[in-house]
Design a protein around this ligand. Structure first.
Ligand code: PBG
Length: 332
């Protein structure tokens, strides 16, 4: 940082805040539609748009409707969609076999979107929670989340998603060694150009509450996720996780949740310079939306301010449920 070279009144920092033109000229960071990834929830059926109660304005979409959403995203200039399936309760088992079924809801949606809007990037979620009878991201034996057995399952899941045409795989499970295992399996299967965005610094957070409702995992979750997701009190550990995942072959890394962890975004970007993303999660969306619906603040302004903060913190992009709304405003 430069030292301040002049004193008042030679130096008046308000001079450059006087008009919109001057403010524009000295603006340090800029949010654009190209920074946005839109997470969408999937459900079975046709013509379905089922509201998520804890996320006003967000619906679970059947495959035909998610194709329409993808077309809308492409029209708005949003570069990528990220898919999260609400799996039929009958298909949730302790072995989680549905996770790597080539015909599961997520894989069907990937194929349908890539067929209709090939230029749009499709990102997936790799974790077992939407398929697990007990709501955990990993396989469970005697109350313990199994690491290496889970990684084998995640590799199968990753291969099925790559086969279906996914552009970006998003391992969100926080098992150790999964990035390397997935990367090796992709190379061996000839999927050399499939990218991995690792949920590298993912915290055990209360802000995921509405998401777990949306994918139907909240009622089932036995215990908590603290043996695999990070302690919110830690920061150095995030850097170790990011370094590890980059060394295992992640192309991009993510910090999650977003707003309460902007310090982590900044440290990660400064330390590695890798493409760094933040996930503005369901609870963050719910907070802003709820306050706006109550008339407690200007929802549009709060949304844009929250998204701009990620750019200021060093992020290259943001996963946000506000993506289509923000895109419309940003495009004027
Ligand atoms: C699960 C997963 C979660 C989210 C994305 N993938 C929830 C969790 O870890 O319990 C949360 C996203 C959100 O809250 O918007 N693998």
């Amino acid at each position: 940082m430069q030292p301040i070279l002049a004193d008042h009144p030679s130096l008046r920092l308000r001079r450059l805040r006087r008009t919109p033109a001057l403010r524009d000229l000295v603006q340090e960071t800029r949010l654009s539609v190209a920074d946005l990834i839109w997470p969408v929830f999937l459900c079975d059926g046709e013509g379905e748009e089922r509201p998520v109660a804890s996320m006003p304005g967000v619906n679970r979409l059947s495959v035909d409707r998610v194709v329409r959403a993808a077309e809308k995203a492409a029209m708005l200039g949003i570069p990528a969609l990220c898919l999260f399936p609400y799996t039929d309760p009958d298909l949730r088992t302790e072995a989680c076999e549905e996770a790597w079924n080539p015909e599961n809801l997520a894989n069907r949606a990937i194929r349908a979107i890539k067929a209709a809007v090939p230029e749009l990037a499709v990102m997936t979620d790799i974790a077992l929670d939407p398929y697990n009878a007990n709501g955990h991201d990993g396989l469970v034996r005697d109350g313990v989340i199994l690491n290496d057995e889970t990684v084998e399952a995640l590799v199968r899941m990753a291969l099925a998603q790559a086969e279906a045409g996914a552009d970006i795989l998003g391992p969100s499970d926080m098992m150790d060694g999964r990035i390397g295992a997935i990367r090796r399996a992709l190379e061996a299967a000839g999927h050399r150009d499939v990218a991995i965005m690792s949920y590298a610094a993912k915290y055990a957070s209360a802000f995921y509450g509405p998401f777990r409702d949306a994918v139907g995992a909240s009622g089932r979750l036995v215990g908590d996720k603290k043996t695999y997701q990070m302690n919110p009190a830690n920061s150095d550990e995030a850097l170790r996780l990011v370094a590890r995942d980059l060394s295992e072959g992640a192309d991009m890394v993510m910090v999650k949740p977003g707003m309460p962890y902007l310090d982590i975004c900044r440290r990660v970007k400064d330390a590695y310079g890798a493409p760094t993303f933040a996930y503005q999660v369901s609870g963050e969306y719910a907070m802003i939306r709820a306050a706006a619906l109550n008339g407690w603040f200007d929802g549009e302004a709060a949304m844009l301010e929250s998204l701009a903060a990620f750019k200021r913190a060093g992020c290259d992009g943001i996963l946000t449920y506000f993506a289509p709304e923000a895109a419309r405003i940003l495009r004027g």
